[in-house]
Design a protein around this ligand. Sequence first.
Ligand code: PRP
Length: 220
Amino acid sequence: MRYLTFALTKGRLASKTLDMLEKLGITCEEMKDKASRKLIFVNEDLKLKFFLAKGPDVPTYVEYGAADIGVVGRDTIVEEGRKVHEVLDLGFGGCRMCVCGHEEAKELLKHHELIRVATKYPNIAKDYFYNKKHQTVEIIKMHGSIELAPIVGLSEVIVDIVETGSTLKENGLVVLEDVCSLSARMIVNPVSMRMENERIKELIVNLRRLLQEGEKKDAH
Ligand code: PRP
């Protein structure tokens, strides 16, 4: 049997994924050793391999088949636009992609003014403003702490992730428009999906069952 390789997004998404897999009896003891400098972890019994990567690199590994399966935020999947199959909403990592700024920027948006938009997600921002809103804007690609942009006057608004809303609140900013909702997704390489259909399908079915059981528990 060949190895099935997983690329997981470093951090919270990876630990939540490993928790879920553990409930299905899929464990990777090697990965729990925090002191280890190893980059790839193997479960010999189940013929599985796992590695951790930065979010935007996960769809790349999956598109090229260096990983069969990936777990990554929907924001990254949409932004990167790689040829991968999105097969499952894992239900965690829920948040929203929003246009945010000072309250006063609402008027600028309403009147379709030529404004500047700072974002880590230029493709998502372009699609939203150009294709959905038919509004011409100037998009400025940034790499983090996006909320700074309207505060220091780099841009009128930002397109960014809002989870609890506390970053906005603490900086006197508000949500102006909703772009889309996000959560962690499982993606699969299209060739792997065909070649390893049974193993991957079984995994998807089991994860889906686990998610439904969780939903039932929440309802009680
Ligand atoms: C994300 C996002 C917001 C913040 C939203 O940033 O870009 O800044 O979290 O969360 P909240 O609504 O719960 O406050 P992240 O911490 O990932 O770092 P970054 O600023 O480097 O993008």
